[in-house]
Design a protein around this ligand. Structure first.
Ligand SMILES: [Fe+2]
Ligand SMILES: [Fe+2]
Length: 293
């Protein structure tokens, strides 16, 4: 028996948004796969049992993490098979076949995509700073480096009119821009198979106080790599990248003050302090600075 999300959620008396969020988590955390047909996810009886199990344990006040751990133990899992059906977008289709090398993916897209070419040097600088910061806190690895390089890759399908709009975005436009962390996560996970790097990308707009997106994670629920990329991303935007939006840039000193003001609100305060110390003696290599300057 196959169910759509509505039927599935009705049969366990939960809202479809909540049930969708559970299966999204299972996909992320346990690599659980729900097949998609004609753009819709199709759930079967086993998925229904899993959803009923989660609902029951939530009523008993189990945390989601405890529940997912138990699911892994008691339900035989369907592993994801690579598929491109969900990435139903011309520009994404156009790079399928480039091979699984993140670096060549980045440079091909940066060359061919107007949006990403705008962010090419920003991405390189964020990769550079995030790698240095990660080394200082002993969490540097290739996944962190690739995630920092590709953190905004999800912007490739967005319209330049919205993304580079100098005035304030309206609610709808803001929602559209926010989608880039989710799209980046999907591209890197499904196309490159880099599940960890994809998670770091997903986390790069989360905030320490839980007011970020896409999942409103709080504090150390956010991967440390996501927190690192977030600081470097904000710093680069303030000191260099603002000019893409025709906005005035800040000096390093002014940007340090901004980061401090948002410590323990937007940013992990410990990482912010280490980052500021680090940037007092570091210089970003010349070739990573945009030629527009
Ligand atoms: Fe971003
Ligand atoms: Fe960025």
């Amino acid at each position: 028996m196959k169910y759509g999300i509505e039927e599935l959620s009705q049969s366990i008396d939960r809202s479809s948004a909540i049930v969708q969020e559970w299966f999204h988590d299972l996909e992320e955390k346990l690599d659980y796969h729900i097949p998609i047909k004609n753009g819709k996810r199709l759930y079967d009886d086993r998925d229904l049992s899993i959803a009923a199990f989660i609902a029951e344990k939530r009523d008993e006040r189990w945390s989601l993490n405890e529940i997912y751990k138990r699911i892994e133990e008691i339900f035989p899992l369907k592993k994801e098979v690579p598929q491109v059906e969900v990435l139903n977008n011309d520009s994404i289709d156009s790079f399928i076949g480039l091979g699984p090398d993140p670096e060549s993916l980045f440079y091909s897209i940066a060359q061919n995509n107007e949006i990403i070419s705008n962010f090419k040097y920003h991405s390189l600088r964020v990769m550079y700073m995030a790698s240095m910061l990660a080394k200082r806190v002993n969490c540097y690895d290739e996944d962190l480096r690739i995630a920092a390089l590709l953190h905004d890759i999800g912007k490739m399908g967005l319209s330049a009119d919205i993304l580079l709009k100098p005035s304030k975005l309206n609610d709808l436009e803001y929602t559209i821009v926010q989608s880039h962390s989710h799209i980046g996560n999907m591209i890197v996970r499904k196309h490159l198979g880099l599940t960890r790097a994809a998670k770091f990308i997903r986390d790069h707009h989360e905030r320490w106080d839980g007011q970020g997106y896409p999942r409103r994670l709080i504090g150390d629920e956010i991967s440390v790599q996501g927190r690192i990329i977030s600081i470097c991303d904000a710093f680069d935007t303030m000191t260099v990248d603002q000019r893409t939006y025709n906005k005035k840039t800040l000096s390093y000193q002014e940007a340090f003050e901004e980061l401090e003001n948002f410590s323990w609100k937007q940013f992990d305060g410990n990482l912010t302090r280490i980052f500021i110390d680090m940037m007092k003696d570091e210089k970003i290599p010349e070739y990573m600075m945009s030629e527009q300057q």
